[in-house]
Ligand binder design. Structure first.
Ligand SMILES: [Zn+2]
Length: 329
């Protein structure tokens, strides 16, 4: 069923050799491998992770003396009560952010597919300590200010759980129905990820329309160049997206189709996602390699309707860079 490997195949070098010359002598160097995979036990934390995976429950440990509840249950004895024993208890799946989560846009390769994500600490009802947790939103791209210290959030469970802390994440309860908030074990597939509310645009005047027409023409010229640049085509190999772009002066579509890149003035019936930016020049500058689109998102100049489509924005930035480099050489 094509399960994901720990090391993706693109990181495994080919079996090959080369000659290196040191002080006039030739030496043969070969690619070899050293494997260090191993199994490790979750030890005393096993009940916590098993409960996440199998029962969609969040457990803590409660001191039988002082009653303090620690989540996750990282101690089986209470250090405040002369190491009195603790017992496992279930806590609620709604809580309050203990701090404003910083957002990771550029993660290491292991976590890049999950970016952008907030990383914060939540104090769940019934718990006395804060649990580290990733933060997501269904309102479009995750930007600073959406979740802050004090925001009420709910724990959501991944559909595919392996018994790790990334089996869960949280999102603001303001994005959920009363019924969803009340129900324990709510899963990601039960959320409406396509219901993001687009930011409004003001009514266009003649100057807006003229500026949009100019930007569109320039972008179409860049798209044509990208189509002829092998490097840029490679950046979107195997990728297929129809994107509706809305700007003050007008709207258009970006079509990405396994190496082909087109910009057309049309409205799509069912776009994969929507981009909204006041000024079409924001997008033009990104494609022309005059400032990254990822930065425009972080600066809230460019909005996208699906958080996980940040990956596509990443690819557009890479295409812009590839075209700029191809022009240099
Ligand atoms: Zn205690």
């Amino acid at each position: 069923m094509g399960e994901k490997k720990i090391v993706p195949s693109e990181y495994i070098p080919d079996a090959e050799s080369r000659t290196i010359t040191i002080a006039g002598k030739d030496y043969l160097e070969v690619n070899d491998a050293m494997f260090t995979f191993y199994r490790r036990s979750m030890g005393e934390l096993s009940p916590f992770f098993l409960a996440l995976r199998d029962e969609k429950k969040v457990l803590g440990c409660k001191c039988i003396k002082c009653g303090m509840v620690r989540v996750p249950p990282f101690m089986t004895r209470c250090p405040d009560c002369n190491f009195a024993p603790t017992e496992l208890v279930e806590v609620e799946q709604v809580g309050v952010m203990n701090s404003t989560p910083p957002i990771t846009y550029f993660a290491t390769s292991i976590f890049q597919h999950m970016a952008p994500f907030g990383r914060g600490r939540v104090i769940l009802k019934g718990a006395d300590t804060a649990l580290s947790i990733n933060v997501y939103t269904t309102t479009g791209i995750l930007v600073p200010g959406l979740v802050r210290k004090g925001t009420e959030v709910k724990v959501i469970f991944r559909d595919n759980r392996i018994g790790g802390i990334t089996d869960i994440f949280c999102m603001p309860t303001s994005e959920l129905t009363k019924e969803q908030i009340a129900r324990k074990g709510l899963q990601e597939s039960e959320l409406d990820w396509g219901a993001a509310v687009e930011p409004g645009l003001r009514v266009a005047d003649d100057r807006d329309v003229a500026a949009y027409k100019d930007a569109l023409e320039a972008m179409q010229a860049i798209a044509a160049q990208m189509n002829e640049t092998e490097r840029a085509r490679k950046d979107i190999a195997g990728w297929k997206r129809s994107i509706q772009v809305k700007t003050t002066g007008g709207q258009f579509a970006i079509e990405i189709d396994d190496g082909d890149f087109r910009i057309e003035e049309k409205a799509l019936e069912e776009p994969d996602f929507v981009m909204v930016c006041e000024d079409a020049k924001t997008l033009l500058d990104g494609l022309a390699y005059r400032g990254a689109l990822t930065d425009s998102i972080i600066m809230k100049k460019l909005w996208i309707s699906k958080n996980m489509e940040f990956t596509t924005i990443f690819k557009l930035d890479r295409m812009a860079r590839s075209l700029a480099r191809a022009k240099k050489t």
